[in-house]
Design a protein around this ligand. Sequence first.
Ligand code: IPD
Length: 326
Amino acid sequence: MTFLSGIPENKQNPETTQRNRLTLTACSHFTAHLSESGSLHKSKMPGLWQDAMDHAVTLARKAGEIVRDALQNDLKIMCKSSSVDLVTKTDQNVEQLIITSVKEKFPEHSFIGEESVAAGEPCVLTDNPTWIIDPVDGTTNFVHGYPFVAISIGFAVNKTLEFGVVYSCIEDKMYTARKGKGAFCNGQPLHVSDQKEINQSIIATEFGSNRDPEVVAKIFSSMRKILCLPVHGIRGVGSAAINMCLVASGCVEAYYEIGIHCWDMAAGAVIVSEAGGVLKDVEGGPLDLMSRRVVAANNEIIAERVIKEIEAFPAVRDDVPVNPTK
Ligand code: IPD
């Protein structure tokens, strides 16, 4: 039996195993040397939160199967804040499955889940280890069979993101990243694009679900300005998490949106930053996970150039209580 990361191979998550194999292959001389010096085991010890991340990958894969199966059947579609803010029974079931399983394994952990918050749970990030879950990112796509749907699981401790897992389940692409350990898609390392010229770039964004004419006007105005810089193109696949993974993969230089939620971006944020990218607020400054605004870019130059053209509009923060007690 081979031991990698201090975990018997047959007990490892396949994604982790594949990644470690790549590491071992790339560094075989180095690891042999370490082995002689007796410190190989230490260098391959699983870090803090590795078991949580492995569990997240397993759950994302399981959730992806449920989502794919559901596409073959009639979906129970409901509306949340408006007729274009959709939710299905599958979103709710998948979130329950993930939370129930995590609670069994890590009873002391906390949760912020899209559908739990919609049902009235608080959206508060504390210092406690917290799973930030979007069970179906791209619900509108899911409802229409548009093939970009993801299970997004971010994990934060002391309000710092530790890992992110985004499973684009129709494409069968498992994106993973752990703080300080790089970003991967199906076990292959990810790197952002090295493009520094905005007029050689593709920028991704979304329309979101706010149909207030003033907001829509600002969204179009920002897009028009960015398009006319000019950029090579504007894209958007209908899932914030997948858009961020496309930045991490190097085929899109930047993604921005106002109106998304912490569960849409938590996992993707780790993946972008571990692929070498930057995360910022749409008016500059650092990303605030609860602000409902994000710019994820390959580098500072592209991020700042995009930020210059964005017309910001207000969005109520995620951590503002919906029904504050008086
Ligand atoms: C939505 C998607 C969409 C973005 C919205 C999000 P959901 O997430 O990520 O691309 O434009 O802002 O709310 O509702 O499908 O989980």
